[in-house]
Design a protein around this ligand. Structure first.
Ligand code: PEP
Ligand code: MN
Length: 374
């Protein structure tokens, strides 16, 4: 399903100083000196297109630093005047929108904790009616593509066409190496729903630590995301928020300089031919996979009917364990990641169970009552 968004191309509202497009700045504006000095160092790298800073901070727990507030807008004005960098802030209420507009902020973003709440997003959208300003919408905290799309639609319906999404990862129950699980599939899914919508990656909030940022940034560029938003602080060790994930401007310069830029398309006909040949092979194999899955499901249906006729339960845990173990071992021998094989089997298994449940619950064809006439 293609979304009906009216979007202007990214180039109509932001021009990358250098590739990749980079929005950088501290998690929070803390003091005038910290913000202005960071902005100068970022501008000096020649890589940064816009300066970000949180003025109002949505904090999980009360009592943590909740942002410096409106005074920070004055500091942003000064940073912009001295460096020429356009500015970006998070807005979470209608009042934030009003104040940030008055202060001449160039780009707004909606934070992950706001995107989850349609009331909040609608309030921001209402305050944006009749205003021509770029807005970037972060994904919601939870992995819910509809919420992300809904927020983009609300902002777009308010007349904002300079629109982008920011992929900042998702909160998950399982603790992994990431602060927020990237769940790249969700961002790719958004791209297929809205191919014209630019997606900017936020490796800082996905990673939660400095070490993972290069890996996440490279992956985002390889997935053809249009830019990066990275937190940078003049001295991360004393940052008031997100200290572990912020980079000095020099470290940011170094990191971005090491990223490899690849092109989504190529002009070389030799490369195109080779790619087409390999894709052709993949298409044939995919067709085979689908065909085999369909054959598997036909057998599943037979088994379902057989179990039903013989009063046997759908699930036999031992049998499922055996499939999982044997196939994962086999996959390993063929150089497939165990995790991949397991996920694939689980998907196939749950569809098999669904099919068998359907069969079990089908009512018998109505038995024709024999009418005996006396
Ligand atoms: C931020 O950008 O500093 C921020 C609060 O991010 P998120 O909304 O992604 O948590
Ligand atoms: Mn932050």
């Amino acid at each position: 399903m293609k979304l009906d968004l009216k979007i202007q191309p990214l180039s109509s509202w932001i021009t990358a100083k250098k590739q990749p497009l980079l929005i950088a700045g501290p998690c929070s504006a803390e003091t005038e000196e910290q913000l202005v000095a960071t902005a100068h160092l970022l501008a000096k790298t020649g890589r940064v297109t816009a300066l970000r800073a949180g003025i109002w901070k949505p904090r999980t727990r009360p009592g943590e630093f909740e942002g410096i507030g409106s005074i920070g807008l004055e500091w942003l004005k000064r940073a912009k005047a001295e460096t020429g960098l356009p500015t970006a802030v998070e807005v979470a209420t209608g009042k934030h929108v009003e104040e940030a507009l008055k202060a001449g902020v160039d780009i707004f973003w909606v934070g992950a904790r706001s995107t989850v709440n349609p009331f909040t997003v609608q309030e921001i959208a209402d305050a944006l009616k009749g205003v021509d300003i770029p807005v970037m919408v972060k994904n919601p905290v939870n992995p819910d593509l509809s919420l992300w799309i809904g927020a983009l639609e609300r902002i777009n319906n308010a007349g904002i066409t300079k629109l982008a999404a920011i992929h900042r990862g998702f909160s998950s129950f399982e603790k992994t190496a990431f602060r927020n699980e990237p769940m790249w599939d969700l961002a790719i899914n958004l791209k297929t729903h809205a191919p014209d919508l630019p997606i900017i990656n936020d490796p800082s909030h996905i990673s939660g630590n400095r070490e993972l940022i290069p890996y996440v940034s490279q992956k985002a560029l390889d997935l053809d995301m249009q830019g990066l938003m990275i937190e940078s602080h003049i001295d991360p060790s004393v940052a008031w928020t997100d200290a572990k994930q912020q980079l000095t401007p020099a470290a940011l310069d170094d990191l971005v300089g090491r990223l490899t830029l690849r092109q989504p398309e190529t002009a070389s006909s030799e490369v195109k031919d080779k790619l087409a040949e390999l894709r052709n092979q993949i298409d044939k194999l995919d067709d085979l996979v689908i065909q085999k899955l369909a054959e598997r499901m036909q057998i599943v249906e037979k088994i379902g009917q057989y179990k039903k006729d013989n009063g046997i339960t759908i699930l036999q845990v031992n049998r499922w364990d055996e499939i999982l173990q044997k196939r994962t071992q086999y996959g390993k021998a063929l150089k497939l990641e165990a995790d991949f094989t397991e996920k694939l089997l689980e998907l196939i298994h749950s569809e098999s169970i669904r099919k068998q449940t359907e069969i079990m619950n089908q009512s018998q064809a109505p038995v024709q009552e024999k009418l005996t006439h006396a």
